[in-house]
Design a protein around this ligand. Structure first.
Ligand code: KIV
Ligand code: ZN
Length: 513
């Protein structure tokens, strides 16, 4: 006898709260389409009241994605809940997720509210949300560190007001599996109307136990919804990782006895898309989606796997989408094949002109690189942004000279708000010279917090280099990603892309402000 585990993906909300992971509306839309292909049950698309950009992103996702429930976060007040409800109006199935802190520490130090005030506000907010939508989730923030007696009082009241899902966040990643599981079990046993709601787990990974805690909340506590993110993306050490929790429940179905509706063949494409969009690289030994997750290096293991796969493999790489990582297109591929691949990758270009621009860039790349992988196409979209509107800054050309014993020099020609600029500089290396050339003109004054280069298509030196640049200025942190077979060019593209975001209007307000 099995029952269903609801997969609630919060990559686009809690994941996006990670410094530097903020995404544009179009980037979020593309990931949401991939999450729909992955068949997650609920997509938390954003926090509509936090900024106009996030409101528009939730609205666009609600209009475009029809097979998953679309959710918006909202603080427990009328304005936030109203904004969430407005953004969700076009959804097939919309959910409002409202939250307020319930731990003594948060109530006293952050909210400066008494427990009675929090109790009243919780009830009022759920009642208000239920007037707008039928599906309302309530989270007592810092729930795991809250007094269980107070929590019982609040949760019983919000269920009476119509909350359909009760989520127990371990906001600071303090829980350990057995204690967290029992915490939820006790709440469910003590609250008389607990059977009127679905119980949910939401764990952060500060002690590396988010997946274990979530599974204990399911197995011991009886929760039937897990909140998670692709690649475990999220603030600090991140959230519970979707791919790990899903594959644990699938692979150990004998133990968990639960069904998950996720199409696991879409896991690796989703992981790559999120990594390339945010610039957050995946460690090679990351479970399920790391490049080495299925690589057997030792002779004994290789021998065993060749004789019988299950000697050393508990999952099959191709089942989670590694086989989708195939050569799909090349120099001789036509426009239709290219267009079809864009659709399969969840990239929707708005006009024929956009497709033509994308196809021209693809051909340009195919001239320099014989095999074009899915990652190349995704990075082409991310790096050149042709599907997300014109960037404020974009690269036109780059020339650089470096020679042993000489100081490298670079001249970069780029567009700044449609006007062509040229700048020359020297530097420690060709990358340094190129970025200094751009900076000498733009004068952003931004501090570089991260510069990383990654070969995005496996194998040879023909691979494209993908560069991530993270800049910080006046409290804002942005990521720029650029890809090119020439890593100096990729670096300049990444830097210009980060500058575009820095000067762009798409601002975000932290969800827990
Ligand atoms: O970690 C947390 O407490 C949250 C809530 C808003 C659910 O993300
Ligand atoms: Zn969280």
């Amino acid at each position: 006898m099995t029952d269903k585990l609801i997969i609630f993906d919060t990559t686009l909300r809690d994941g996006e709260q990670s410094p530097g992971a903020s995404m544009t509306r179009d980037e979020k839309l593309r990931i949401a389409r991939q999450l729909e292909r992955l068949k997650v049950d609920v997509i938390e698309a954003g926090f509509a009241a936090s900024s106009n950009g996030d409101f528009e992103a939730v609205k666009a996702i609600a209009a475009a994605v029809k097979d998953s429930v679309i959710c918006s976060l909202a603080r427990a007040n009328d304005r936030d809940i109203g904004r969430a409800a407005d953004a969700l109006e076009g959804a097939n199935a919309g959910r409002i997720h409202t939250f307020i802190a319930t731990s003594a520490l948060h109530m006293e130090m952050k909210l400066r509210m008494t427990p009675d005030e929090v109790f009243e506000q919780s009830k009022r907010s759920v009642r208000y949300a239920r007037n707008r939508v039928a599906d309302v989730e309530f989270s007592p923030e810092d729930g795991y560190r809250s007094d269980p007696d107070f929590l019982c009082r609040v949760l019983e009241a919000v269920i009476n007001e119509g909350a359909t899902t009760i989520n127990i966040p371990d906001t600071v990643g303090y829980a350990v599996p057995e204690l967290y599981g029992n915490f939820i079990k006790n709440l469910r046993e003590r609250i008389p109307n607990s059977d009127k709601a679905i119980w949910s787990v939401h764990c952060h990974n500060d002690l590396g136990m988010a997946v274990a805690n979530s599974l204990a909340g399911v197995q011991i506590g009886g929760a039937r919804q897990v909140e998670c993110t692709i690649n475990g993306l999220g603030e600090r050490a991140g959230n519970c990782s979707l791919e790990e929790v899903v594959m644990a429940v699938r692979t150990r179905r004998d133990y968990f006895k639960l069904d998950v509706g996720v199409d696991i063949s879409q896991i690796v494409p989703a992981s790559k898309m999120v990594s390339q969009t945010t610039g957050f690289l995946i460690q090679p030994n990351k479970a399920v989606v790391g490049a080495n997750a299925f690589a057997h290096a030792s002779g004994i293991h290789q021998d065993g796997v060749l004789k019988a796969r299950d000697t050393y493999e508990i999952m099959r790489a191709e089942d989670v989408g590694w086989s989708a990582n195939k050569i799909v297109l090349g120099k001789l591929s036509g426009r239709n094949a290219f267009k079809q691949r864009l659709i399969e990758l969840g990239i929707s270009l708005e006009s024929e002109a956009d497709i033509n621009t994308a196809f021209a860039k693809f051909k340009e790349l195919a001239d320099r690189k014989s095999e074009i992988f899915d990652e190349d196409i995704l990075s082409l979209v991310n790096a050149d942004g042709f599907s997300s509107g014109a960037d404020m800054f974009s690269l036109v050309s780059l020339a650089q000279h470096s020679e042993t014993g000489e100081q490298p020099e670079a001249t970069v020609v780029f567009q700044a708000e449609g006007v062509e600029k040229a700048a020359t500089s020297s530097g420690n290396g060709p990358v340094d010279a190129s970025l200094k050339a751009i900076e000498s003109h733009v004068k952003s004054g931004a501090e570089m917090m991260l510069y990383s280069v990654n070969a995005i298509t496996s194998g040879s030196t023909e691979s494209q280099g993908e560069v991530t640049v993270r800049l910080q200025h006046s409290g804002r942190v942005v990521n720029g990603v650029g890809a090119d077979p020439d890593i100096v060019v990729a670096s300049a593209k990444a830097y210009l892309s980060a500058l575009s975001k820095l000067y762009g209007t798409a601002d975000r307000v932290a969800a827990q402000g």
